[in-house]
Every structure is written in C-alpha cells, then in structure tokens.
Design a protein around this ligand. Structure first.
Ligand SMILES: [Zn+2]
Length: 365
C-alpha cells in the first residue's frame, strides 16, 4: 500500500451502527481502528458507556469513516449524543466515494444491497465486522484513485473540487489531497479540468452552461457522479440506483450535457449524436428516412417523429401500416440509452382507430 494511504487509514475510526427500525434508536454499534486498539462495542444496555469511549476515540483521530455514515450513522449518533456532532467535522463516507472510485463497476464486491449500498460480510447484523470491512473498502478506493490519477488526472482534479463544496467535507478533502498530492484546486482549475474531461463526450454549449453553475454547493456531488458516469459511458456501466435516488440532479446533468440538442451547426456532439438522420444511419445503416408519408410541411413523418422524440417531446404518432413505425421508437430509445444510460418512455402507436381511442382514453385518465 502507498505509505500516505496507510497514514490516513491510521487516523480513522470506522463506525457501524444498528438501528431499531421501529423506535429509530441505536441498539448496537461498533467502532474500530486499525492495528491493536481494541474495538468499542455497544450492545443492548451499555450505549452510554460505549458513546463515552467513541467520543474519546474520535477526539484522538482525524476521521470518522463508514459506509453510508453521512445519511445514516452520523445523524443517529448525533441524535443520541448531540455533543458528538461537533467532533464529526471530517467524516469519510465510503458509499459516496464508491461510484467515483469504481465507475465501471460501482457494485463493489464487498457491497451488498445495491439499492441502499450496505456492506456484505457474509453475516447478519455484525457491526464490528462491517466496521472492519470499511477499512478494506477505503483502502481499495484509495488504490483505485491512485490508478485513476495516473490515467485521467483531470477526473481527480474535478472530484477534489466537487466533493468539497459542502460543509464538513474535510474528510473528502483529505482523501483527494492525498491522492493528488495537492490542495483543493481553484474553481478555474476545476473548470478547465472538467472542460477537458467532457470534450468530445458532451454538447459544447451545454458544457459551458453547466460550468457556469459550478460554484453552487448543491451541484458538487451530482456533478461528480455525472462526470464519473460519462467518463465510462458506452460500456456496461450503470449509475447506481441509490445515486439516482439520493442525487437526482446527477441524471439530469447527464441528460442536459448529452441529450439536449443545441442545434448549433458548430457543435460536433449534437451534429453526431442529437441528429435524427445521423442516428438513423448509425443504428440502422439507412442514409435517409422514408420519403412518404410527410407532415403538413412536407417533411417525412418518420424523421419528424424521431426528431421530436429525440428532443424530449411527448408525441402521438399515427402512421399507416407498413410505413416504418418501429424505427420511430427504436431510434430515440437507442439514442437515449447511449447518451444517458436511461430507458425511454414508450412512444405509443395506435394500429387502428380502436387502438387510438384506447390510447387517448389511457392518456386522459
Ligand atoms: Zn450541442
């Protein structure tokens, strides 16, 4: 292991708590450190004594670490003993780091329950084992970040800036300072890094619009997740469901950057990826849409429907049998999945008047 990583891990206390879902009270927790220090264990009845020992351990170390501690363990601990909240200035949440460290496979082999991101230790409710696992997860993440720093340093520059926009982010600052051997980059340096990172991977106009909002503290983590997904887009990569749930903005940023045509003739991305004819050629190998039937402006209906759908419009397409309805929903769906990893809403087609009536009735309900 890198020596600085070892140093960081020695300054951490890993915590895992079990909460009674009915009372929202802590019924067990464990806090462990590396090396010989004995674990702090709390089982039914001795919570107060264990919290005393945790308080002392946290005061002697820099970081409280854990998997999903920011939204789970820390709020519960602070509720049980408000004074502890003061000591939690520099937590490191390994759940939050995971999609950045492993963008291709965010389901770390130690992480079970891919919806809530809990740890896998081959047991039920053993907080001590879970707390020890966190050290292994963080060590793997640090190694992955060191590799990424060599392969794509712009990504680390961006993550360092974005992960430190909100309060109490000194723990994440410690992680990225260690990997980059540098302090938090300036806004300007982060902008330049993100621009290079997104070049050829998103619409140039939307990149500039997004960079204009970079100072917003709410944008930090969602933007980091959007970047990490885009950096590996096109493979099997998926944005973890918990990211889509807890950081809704992440998927919106991806959509804005890659799936919102700017219609500028100078934008290479939109000319290639947000153009219905290019999409037809790419996915089906045809150079033009069917010339008939046409809309009232004389534009082929197939092309019009695909264009509107690719622009995110809700549409109702009515075409005679045998005039190529399927490409009208297949192209927008393929194109959207390619650009955002998302499945599209169905484009509905009515085969005859009866279906059309059913369709309209369903839409009106
Ligand atoms: Zn564009």
């Amino acid at each position: 292991m890198h020596e600085p990583s070892d140093k960081l891990l020695k300054r951490c206390v890993s915590v895992d708590i079990e909460v009674d879902p009915k009372t929202a009270r802590i019924f067990a927790f464990a806090a462990v450190q590396r090396g010989e220090t004995p674990p702090i264990l709390s089982r039914k009845g001795d919570l107060e004594g264990a919290l005393d020992r945790l308080e002392a351990a946290v005061a002697n170390n820099d970081h409280l670490i854990g998997h999903n501690i920011l939204r789970h363990d820390l709020p519960h601990l602070a509720a049980a003993r408000p004074r502890l909240a003061m000591l939690f200035g520099a937590p490191i949440d390994t759940l939050w780091l995971n999609p950045l460290a492993f963008p291709r496979n965010p389901y770390h082999h130690l992480v079970k329950h891919y919806h809530d991101g809990r740890l896998q230790a081959g047991h039920v409710n053993n907080p001590e084992l879970d707390a020890r696992l966190v050290f292994q997860v963080l060590e793997n993440q640090l190694n992955a970040f060191h590799d990424l720093q060599r392969a794509e340093p712009d990504a680390l520059t961006a993550y360092h800036f974005l992960a430190t926009r909100q309060e109490a982010s000194a723990g994440f600052d410690a992680v990225f300072s260690l990997v980059r051997s540098a302090p938090v980059p300036s806004g300007r340096a982060a902008e330049d890094a993100i621009r290079r990172l997104l070049s050829g991977r998103a619409c140039s106009r939307r990149i500039e619009q997004t960079l204009g909002r970079l100072a917003s503290p709410q944008l930090g983590w969602p933007m980091a997740y959007a970047l990490s997904w885009i950096s590996v887009a096109g493979g099997e990569s998926v944005m973890p469901p918990w990211v889509r749930m807890q950081f809704r903005e992440a998927a919106l940023i991806v959509r804005h950057l890659r799936d919102t045509a700017c219609d500028s003739p100078d934008c290479a991305w939109c000319r290639e990826k947000n153009d219905p004819k290019r999409a037809l050629s790419r996915w089906f190998g045809f150079e033009a849409f069917r010339r008939q039937p046409v809309d009232d402006m004389g534009r082929p209906l197939q092309e019009r429907i695909v264009d509107e759908a690719m622009h995110g419009q809700s549409i109702l397409g009515i075409l005679p049998t045998g005039t190529g309805k399927s490409v009208c929903y297949q192209i927008p769906a393929l194109s959207k999945f390619d650009k955002t990893g998302a499945l599209t809403r169905n484009v509905e087609f009515a085969r005859n008047a009866q279906n059309l009536l059913q369709f309209l009735r369903w839409r009106l309900v």
